[in-house]
Design a protein around this ligand. Structure first.
Ligand SMILES: NC(=O)c1ccc[n+]([C@@H]2O[C@H](COP(=O)([O-])OP(=O)(O)OC[C@H]3O[C@@H](n4cnc5c(N)ncnc54)[C@H](O)[C@@H]3O)[C@@H](O)[C@H]2O)c1
Length: 343
């Protein structure tokens, strides 16, 4: 099978911890060049993943004819400059979330890729989680009826750290909402198949005093009238977080815990109410059926890289593209700039 030759721009946390190990398991991809602002890190990563080149300039990666695509996993403030340059160099781009610091930057990146005729994928890899795929199918099959309510909560403990780019809103574009809530908003829309039409919410710093939000809550009104709740925080201890993902419909619910994260894991329970749709005046909450959903876990990053590489090989739209995820950025932008609004 032909393998897409990748250049990696930004070899820090996520690239080294997850995406490169995922790429090594992909059938149709191989890392060829790696770049980081820290050259010593790039050299180490080159050795670790058996790449051919290590650089501290992204232009050097883009100058290599043999590179088909770049995975950009630099801090958010560098995304736009690097993505625009990659598009100009006719390299396909898998860009980590969020696309840009602002909605305007994200739209500019999408337009530049379209104008250059290169594909643009977004690192919202949680769509590939086996449980999320299975839940999507169950909802589409109508098993829990019409969706009326949904919730996703994704949190971590992230105290103040000197010079952490993520904690400085000018460098990250935002905090808990931009960094973690982005996955929740995307998953609720993707899994339910419903787009948000309005949103309202808060994003502020309550605990740590840095400029990015450490606390956020968003309510979305979906196109069918359902309400969806997203809460993302940097100030809840990891040990205290269950990271629930919940879908409620007119016939039942699907409750996932521990599926939001960087590894395929967690537990999913489906509760259905049977056929009796009458009102229970006694309010005895006896469920007819509770079942645990089982799936075979894989590696979300391998699936992400394989899907994007296949889109290049087959000349098709990447399944998680800039275009089909821009509504997520629109929602976040609306919360940050006006506390919400019509979308
Ligand atoms: N999808 C996911 O699972 C996931 C998880 C974490 C982070 N991310 C995203 O990945 C991106 C990187 O986050 P991270 O946690 O890996 O950050 P990080 O700070 O751990 O790593 C960033 C790396 O980029 C390097 N760098 C700094 N400036 C650079 C520049 N101008 N050009 C190239 N490299 C530069 C740093 O030296 C560092 O090695 C962000 O967009 C983040 O939102 C995605």
């Amino acid at each position: 099978m032909k393998k897409i030759k990748w250049g990696i721009i930004g070899c820090g946390g996520i690239a080294d911890r997850r995406t490169l190990p995922g790429m090594m398991l992909a059938e149709n991809a191989v890392p060829v060049a790696v770049m980081d602002a820290n050259l010593a890190l790039a050299e180490r990563v080159k050795e670790k993943y058996d790449a051919s080149y290590a650089f501290d300039s992204y232009e050097a990666v883009l100058a290599l004819d043999e590179i088909d695509a770049v995975y950009i996993a630099s801090p958010v403030f560098a995304h736009k400059e690097q993505a625009l340059a990659a598009a100009k160099a006719k390299k396909h781009i898998l860009l980590e979330k969020p696309l840009g610091l602002t909605l305007a930057d994200s739209l500019e990146i999408i337009e530049a890729c379209e104008a250059a005729g290169v594909k643009l994928g977004v690192g919202l890899m949680m769509r590939y989680h086996a449980y999320h795929q299975a839940i999507k199918e169950i909802i589409a099959a109508g098993k829990i009826g019409e969706i009326v309510s949904m919730r996703a909560q994704f949190t971590c403990w992230y105290p103040k750290i000197e010079n952490a780019w993520r904690q400085d809103k000018t460098l990250s574009g935002g905090g808990a909402l931009m960094d973690m809530g982005i996955h929740c908003i995307d998953l609720l829309q993707y899994i339910s198949g419903l787009n948000a039409v309005e949103c309202t919410g808060y994003a502020h710093n309550q605990t740590f005093g840095y400029s990015a939000d450490d606390s956020s809550a968003v309510i979305m009104k979906m196109e069918n009238g359902a309400l969806a709740f997203v809460d993302s925080n940097f100030n809840i201890p990891d040990a205290a977080a269950k990271c629930p993902l919940e879908f409620y419909g007119t016939k039942g619910s699907i409750i996932a815990t521990g599926t939001l994260g960087q590894e395929e894991a967690g537990k999913v329970e489906i509760l259905t109410a049977g056929d009796d749709s009458g009102y229970d005046a006694q309010q005895q909450r006896s469920l007819v059926k509770a079942e645990e959903l089982t799936v075979t876990f894989g590696n979300m990053y391998t699936k992400e890289i394989e899907a994007f590489s296949n889109a290049i090989l087959n000349d098709t739209e990447p399944p998680v593209s800039g275009k089909n995820t821009i509504l997520v950025q629109r929602i976040i932008d609306a919360i940050y700039t006006n506390g919400g609004g019509k979308l």
